[in-house]
Design a protein around this ligand. Structure first.
Ligand SMILES: [Zn+2]
Length: 191
């Protein structure tokens, strides 16, 4: 089915997959979701493949800012716990325990999520056309990449900066406080 919600499935790999990817139908019409969205006036500009590519391109633009951002010693120090002297950029680009994806999130307000599954971290950057990632600046999304990298390194290697918490998702007071603290850690060290 196609709709505003309830389209995302939580798979055992910890990634939100959209039925758009597999094609879906409304009431047996057999139309793909891209076709349905086109019929509804959204057109191809919002097809999942187009949005995934847009999110990936925006990621690349923000990734290109990281060497400069990580040249700040205080920012590089956030990643000093990586084993064997691995660099933060190598972790992001090449670590076999990290996977990146660009798919819609169940919550458009999210920039990205990092999920831990069997020792591998999965970072998904929200490709929702109304979402925070798609509508942020390159610098804002670079902040998000650093933030999610810290979750990923915490999950994979069990190392994290002082004060960092991985329990910063959700609306309860503790999660909100952790979110504020995590944002302060990244902002003061890197931006
Ligand atoms: Zn977080």
């Amino acid at each position: 089915m196609c709709g505003e919600s309830a389209n995302w499935m939580y798979t055992n790999s910890g990634i939100y997959n959209s039925p758009f990817d597999q094609g879906c139908s409304i009431d047996g019409m057999g139309a793909s979701c891209a076709e349905v969205l086109g019929l509804l006036g959204f057109g191809a500009a919002y097809s999942p493949a187009v949005m995934r590519q847009k999110a990936a391109d925006m990621y690349s633009a923000s990734r290109d800012l990281l060497p400069d951002i990580l040249s700040r010693p205080s920012c590089a120090a956030l990643f000093s716990g990586l084993p064997g002297g691995e660099s933060a950029l190598n972790f992001l680009d090449s670590d076999s325990h990290l996977r990146l994806s660009w798919d819609p999130e169940h919550d458009a307000s999210l920039w990205a999520t990092t999920t831990d599954y069997n020792g591998t971290a999965f970072i998904n950057f929200n490709s929702d056309p109304d979402g925070s990632f798609i509508n942020d600046t390159a610098l804002g999304n670079a902040d998000t990449i650093v933030h999610e990298m810290l979750h990923a390194i915490s999950f994979v290697y069990n190392v994290r900066p002082a004060g960092w918490s991985d329990n910063d998702g959700g609306d309860d007071p503790a999660a909100r406080a952790a979110q504020v603290m995590n944002q302060q850690i990244v902002k003061s060290a890197c931006f």
